[in-house]
Design a protein around this ligand. Structure first.
Ligand code: PAF
Length: 282
């Protein structure tokens, strides 16, 4: 497994593979890898002849009051996991490599970024689309793999690729969960024992709401119920509990196929997000 730290070296490394018609797959990550990331790697390994994983904690997608400094970092452990999972190249650039002095471009996707996490984390998705554009330019993948836990991010990246005419296939991979239903996330490492016990209420509550959606049930009332249930379970604050269209992420008035429940809630200092497709809940 090769470890590459510069854009020039990265482009040079994929060039021969691309010339030989080898399919290049990219799994963009911020490290602190868990089984959710490894599911993306496994799928990329199945689909592609050359698998690149990027490790870069991207400063521009964190707001000033967020956890950039404390975000878990353990490159040695990440590299070991990636080597064991058959990755060909790890791209781990420095911040100076990604954002040299004078860097002055922001890639913005409008519309899809306005609600949910976009409303609570101003500028977050600009940071994501800007860094993902750069990773695409450096790694030149045919396909790129994103987890559905960050479902809004997945839709935003799909939109960016479509609107910028990038010939990159974006592949979404279902959420990987702990046995008790908690979605895997690098931020789960922040939870203490007490908070960890409360955390699965996130998916339990989403599923309970999804299970109640039929006929002319009032969606707004169901979301209020979900929000109250999370607070009763021990969550400290709920950023949003919403039901939206899975494709457009638009708010919806009434029950119909193709809906998704989205939630973001705080356990003390830790913000957890999750989502579930209503049609997948029995
Ligand atoms: O999902 C993440 O880990 C990040 O948002 C990404 C896509 C690697 C961009 O920094």
């Amino acid at each position: 497994m090769r470890i590459i730290r510069t854009a020039v070296e990265m482009r040079d490394a994929v060039e021969p593979a691309r010339n030989d018609g080898v399919v290049v797959g990219l799994v963009p990550t911020m490290g602190a890898l868990h089984a959710g990331h490894l599911a993306l790697v496994r799928r990329a390994r199945l689909d592609c002849g050359l698998v690149v994983v990027s490790l870069f904690v991207n400063p521009t997608q964190f707001n000033a009051n967020e956890d950039f400094d404390s975000y878990p970092r353990n490159e040695a452990h990440d590299l070991e996991l990636l080597e064991r999972n058959g990755v060909d190249i790890v791209y781990a650039p420095t911040a100076a490599e990604m954002y040299p002095d004078g860097f002055g471009v922001t890639v913005t996707v409008t519309g899809l970024t306005e609600g949910l996490c976009g409303a609570r984390r101003p500028g977050h998705f600009d940071g994501v689309t800007t860094v993902v554009s750069k990773l695409f330019a450096h790694c030149r993948p045919d396909a790129a793999y994103f987890g559905e836990k960050d479902y809004q991010q997945l839709k935003v990246v799909e939109r960016m690729v479509l609107d910028l005419d990038l010939s990159i296939r974006i592949v979404g991979i279902p959420v990987v969960r702990e046995r008790d239903g908690l979605a895997l996330s690098s931020r789960n490492a922040y939870l203490n024992v007490y908070e960890r016990r409360i955390a699965p209420a996130l998916q339990d509550t989403m599923r309970a709401v999804a299970g109640r959606l039929s006929g002319d049930v009032e969606l707004e009332a169901q979301c209020r119920w979900g929000r109250d249930a999370l607070l009763a379970a021990g969550f400290d604050e709920v950023d949003y509990f919403e039901i939206r269209d899975s494709k457009t992420l638009q708010s919806v008035e009434a029950c119909r196929p193709g809906l998704r429940v989205f939630v973001a809630a705080w356990l003390r200092e830790t913000r957890l997000i999750d989502n579930v497709a209503v049609d997948e809940v029995e």
